[in-house]
Ligand binder design. Structure first.
Ligand code: NAI
Length: 330
């Protein structure tokens, strides 16, 4: 039998955490034959709730679950973790300035980065979900210098999946037949959901989404804004932010990163820019990536038209500003 993999979930007593930990324990992140040990971190005010989540995990009698740690001690939480899913963070509250929220998160991600740096297993893979996700990941990278930059990513898979969902609804096709949408840039409303390379598997072979959706106007406006603003629409409807879809996307992200993307397809991940597509190196920016043997690689050579270029640069610009704001909080 395989050795268990240790997965850290921070903010585990929160909404996403509550949806995510059972998915991990059921094998949705690492596969149905991979035993797991869960480390759950939260802060003191949430400790009782966190203990409750641990009780429920035990009560669910998940066959793959080989151990559960529920703690407020960041060192204990980070000890020997192979995969770290960073969901905990400080949310923006009414009346708070962007800078105040950034400053709180910079300090959280600095501390947690240092703990991962010192106590995580070698080659630990990190996924940051908490907002501002790209910039939190960047801070984490700065303060965990021994973790390779290729091991630090942020979640834009939810946006990617939302784009697949919108195309599937529009064309009335199975979502699993839609491939190769792209989310470029920041996990924020400046993100650019791009369908120029997306395809649908049909009974007459593979077709381009642009060919099937004759309505260019929809693709160039409503589709983009719907995906960009979907998070807000969920909050409006649920009075809470997306949780089950975020948890599911987190499983997809790690699953594909560790186990690989199918040939001919890619997914979107927030990763460290190497300058591909003219994006400033040193930003965590969402790109189309393929994954193989536990490594992601940015898909190269896609043709970028003027419409896309402008949107890709706009979201990069926002990330440059966020980075400067984060640096001013250090
Ligand atoms: P939530 O507020 O329900 O849960 C957050 C949890 O983090 C709470 O239990 C809180 O006590 C904990 N926490 C706060 N500071 C912490 C610290 N220093 N260490 C450990 N835990 C800490 O929030 P929810 O809905 O679960 O969302 C979590 C984050 O994910 C938010 O920042 C949200 O904006 C972000 N998000 C990102 C998405 C993405 O696609 N990248 C999608 C949806 C949400």
């Amino acid at each position: 039998e395989k050795e268990p993999v240790t997965v850290l979930v921070t903010g585990a007593a929160g909404q996403i955490g509550y949806a995510l930990v059972p998915m991990i324990a059921r094998g949705m992140m690492l596969g149905p034959n991979q035993p797991v040990i869960l480390h759950m971190l939260d802060i003191e005010p949430a400790l009782e709730a966190l203990k409750g989540v641990k009780m429920e995990l035990i009560d669910a009698a998940f066959p793959l679950l080989r151990g559960v740690v529920a703690t407020t001690d960041v060192v204990e939480a980070c000890k020997d973790v192979n995969i770290a899913v960073m969901v905990g963070g400080f949310p923006r509250k009414e009346g708070m300035e962007r800078k105040d929220v950034m400053s709180k998160n910079v300090s959280i991600y600095k501390t947690q980065a240092s703990a991962l740096e010192e106590h995580a297993a070698a080659y630990c893979k990190v996924l940051v979900i908490a907002n501002p996700a790209n910039t939190n990941a960047l801070i984490l990278k700065e303060f965990a210098p021994s973790i390779p930059e290729k091991n630090i990513t942020c979640l834009t898979r939810l946006d990617h999946n939302r784009a697949l969902g919108q195309i599937s609804e529009k064309l009335n096709v199975d979502v699993s037949d839609v491939k190769n949408v792209i989310i470029w840039g920041n996990h924020s409303s400046t993100q650019y959901p791009d369908v120029n390379h997306a395809t649908v598997a049909t009974s007459n072979g593979k077709k381009h989404v642009r060919e099937l959706v004759a309505d260019d106007n929809w693709l160039n406006s409503e589709f983009i804004t719907t995906v960009q603003q979907r998070g807000g629409a969920i909050i409006k409807a649920r009075k809470l932010s997306s949780a089950l879809s975020a948890a599911s996307a987190a499983c997809d992200h790690i699953h594909d990163w560790v186990l690989g993307t199918p040939k001919g397809t890619w997914v979107s991940m927030g990763v460290y820019s190497d300058g591909s597509y003219g994006i400033q190196p040193g930003l965590i920016y969402s790109f189309p990536v393929t994954c193989d043997k536990g490594e992601w690689n940015i898909v190269q050579g896609l043709k970028i038209d003027e419409f896309s270029r402008e949107k890709m640069d706009k979201t990069a610009q926002e990330l440059i500003e966020e980075k400067a704001l984060a640096n001013s909080c250090l």
